[in-house]
Design a binder for this molecule. Structure first.
Ligand code: SF4
Length: 224
């Protein structure tokens, strides 16, 4: 077995703005139900989403060495890492790329959650899940990211939400096997209310339906 890279091998300039790091189950998308370590980076890009449930990660964050993040990940019993935000790819060149390189070299399964509002690198050793945002009458998505994204994940609650998703998918010719639809809902009650129309829509289009398990299980509680 290859020896693991020692934390002392990492140049000290490699830092990221970290919002939080914790072990949990992935609640949504292709890894729904799977245990993983979550690394949430701080910072997002405007326009911000009015329905965002991670507003605490829009700014601030603690400047944290990659070595410290790796130590925490290694101490937790999971071989999967979800890197999320905020918008994680804002920090690709200032520290995230190095974190990715080391995690991939240690054979971690890596998933990124991005809005696709900023450039996304093409990565053969990670799953890139993009959740495009429709804000102020337009999709806020960098078209150059199309080739880098593995799956698309949309939140919806019915009517015009479905029409906008149809338009996005038709515009870019996205294969329906790559599409996940989640019922909008920052609370358990709201998500349950939106499940029926989303189920019907997914059945009609042949998309995959994803729950948001963390909200179904814990409602609005954080840090679980
Ligand atoms: S892109 Fe994500 S983190 Fe940023 S405002 Fe929208 S939902 Fe929140």
């Amino acid at each position: 077995m290859e020896p693991k890279m020692k934390t002392t091998d990492i140049p000290s300039r490699n830092t990221v703005l970290l919002s939080e790091i914790f072990y949990s189950l992935q609640g949504e998308g292709p890894w729904a139900g799977l245990p993983a370590v979550f690394v949430r980076l701080s910072g997002c890009v405007e326009p911000l989403c009015p329905w965002c449930d991670t507003g605490y990660a829009w700014s601030g964050g603690e400047e944290t060495g990659i070595s410290r993040i790796l130590e925490t990940i290694r101490s937790l019993s999971s071989r999967r890492v979800v890197i999320t935000g905020g918008e994680p790819f804002l920090q690709w060149e200032t520290g995230l790329e190095e974190l990715h390189r080391i995690l991939a070299s240690e054979a971690y399964e890596i998933q990124y959650e991005t809005s696709g509002k900023v450039p996304v690198p093409s990565l053969s050793d990670a799953l890139i899940v993009c959740s495009p945002k429709h804000i102020g009458g337009a999709w806020r998505f960098e078209e150059t990211n199309l080739g880098a994204v593995d799956v698309f994940k949309f939140v919806a609650q019915g009517g015009s939400w479905f029409e906008r998703i149809d338009e996005f998918i038709a515009r870019y010719g996205i294969d329906r096997e790559r599409v996940y639809i989640m019922p909008l809902g920052a609370t358990r009650e709201e998500q349950i209310r939106n499940m029926e129309p989303v189920f019907t829509y997914c059945r009609k289009r042949g998309y995959r339906m994803s729950p948001r398990l963390q909200i179904l299980a814990f409602d609005t509680r954080r840090g679980i």
